[in-house]
Design a binder for this molecule. Structure first.
Ligand code: URA
Length: 423
């Protein structure tokens, strides 16, 4: 095969053959196809798409580029969840221990944040002592002993995707449905989970800004999983405003612990429970009551054991930023918009995220919300608190928030519902 022929086929809107796909993915993984050739091919795929058979074959080729994990010796069924990423999306933290309460093993192989969305591993690393890297043997032991593990996906899992994702990130080819679907599903299928619940985000803070494309991404991933023998379901959930009241690493751990203690913001609790019910259903536990496990401390108990098993101290105080500043309301009215993307970029600029893979992140940096869309606000009232160790970052964070916080005249959601007359 010749890489130029493969690129030309896709450039001209043709269909790649199974043999072409197998060859190009393998040759790229081994450095035979050059980065510039794969970047041209990724752009051709971005522009011209892929048919179902091509996506299935591409995903299989990515799985074959590395090892497959095997959880079949565990005494319990496995269930995993994947979110396509958003702002303030800390759901994995309370969800994994919560599902494990019901004798389901939750192998949550996670990533780090890039750009404006946070990464689960970055969040957990704000817990003193906590380690992201585990061997496959350690993962299996922890799944058997504790039931839940959240750790870094090892280098052996879908190495083709590791290379390709880094390339896509620098060539504006991330947002292609065939490439996102095959990237996510190759890792999940190689991981070997029995069932998978996908949380596909829609809105300004997500990859997919409109519902139609999010639905297509969800459908593509569910088909890939189902074809590979993984029970796969997808929920489409809103990412137009941040989830919960925090975006930033230690801030999100704090909020997750509140949820595990039976409190926390309603939207975080609701989504955690909705995803838990899907996972428990898929794992053959339809009668489980996850809300009770948040209330009575069983989920917190698994969380503490999960953190401790990876070297973390669940009782250690979380780090706190040396500097904070408020963003205040500039008028009376109702908060009609608090844009997820703006808050995500602000948290990133404050130090919570990274611009390049190798950059460090600040555990303490981020944005704390005091109001949600629909709330009444008064001029001068603090809407957000910005957190960082490096105060020279405040100005650039404020800049991006300027258009993202919208106050309108009118009544708040609470006032509207209080004023409703029963019929
Ligand atoms: N997450 C992934 O793992 N891959 C993508 O392509 C996008 C999000």
């Amino acid at each position: 095969f010749d890489a130029v022929d493969v690129i030309r086929t896709k450039r001209d809107g043709g269909v790649l053959s199974a043999a072409q796909i197998d060859w190009v993915v393998d040759a790229y993984t081994h450095g035979v196809v050059a980065e510039e050739q794969m970047s041209a091919l990724a752009m051709a795929i971005f522009l011209n798409g892929m048919g179902r058979a091509e996506i299935v074959r591409w995903t299989q080729a990515m799985i074959r580029s590395g090892e497959r994990m095997d959880f079949s010796r565990l005494s319990r069924p496995t269930a995993d969840k994947h979110s396509t990423g958003g702002v303030g999306d800390k759901i994995t933290l309370p969800l994994a221990p919560l599902v494990a309460v019901f004798d389901v093993a939750v192998p949550q192989l996670s990533g780090r944040g890039l750009g404006h969305t946070g990464g689960t591993l970055d969040k957990l690393e704000s817990i003193p002592g906590w380690q992201a890297s585990l061997s496959n043997a350690q993962i299996l032991t922890q799944l058997e002993d504790v039931g839940a593990v959240i750790c870094a996906a090892g280098a052996g899992l879908a190495p083709a995707d590791k290379k390709l994702y880094a390339l896509r990130d620098t060539t504006a080819t991330v947002e292609a449905i065939p490439l996102i679907a095959s990237s996510i599903m190759s890792k999940k299928i190689a991981e070997g989970t029995d069932s998978l619940v996908l949380d596909v985000k829609v809105g300004s803070g997500a990859f997919m800004k409109d519902a139609e494309r999010a639905r297509e991404l969800a459908r593509t991933m569910v088909e890939l999983g189902t074809d590979a023998g993984v029970r796969t379901v997808a929920l489409l959930t809103d990412m137009s405003t941040p989830l919960g009241l925090t975006a930033g690493n230690a801030l999100e751990v704090r909020e997750s612990v509140e949820v595990l203690a039976g409190g926390g913001p309603a939207d975080v609790v609701e989504l955690t429970l909705a995803l838990a019910r899907e996972m428990l259903d898929a794992a053959g536990r339809p009668d489980a009551d996850p809300a009770a496990a948040l209330r009575d401390g069983r989920a917190m108990d698994v969380w503490r054991r999960m953190v401790a098993a990876q070297g973390g101290d669940p009782d250690a105080p979380l780090p706190v930023a040396r500097h904070t500043e408020h963003v205040v309301a500039d008028a009376d009215g109702v908060l009609s918009g608090l844009d997820a993307y703006a808050v995500g970029v602000a948290a990133w600029r404050l130090g919570a995220g990274r611009a390049r893979k190798e950059d460090p992140v600040q555990a303490v940096a981020g944005v704390e919300l005091h109001v949600k869309p629909g709330d009444a606000v008064r001029k001068g009232q603090p809407l957000l608190t910005l957190h960082t160790d490096t105060p020279e970052r405040f100005d650039r964070a404020r800049e991006v928030l300027d258009g993202g916080v919208v106050i309108s005249a009118g009544r708040s959601a609470a006032e509207r519902s209080a004023g409703q007359t029963p019929v």
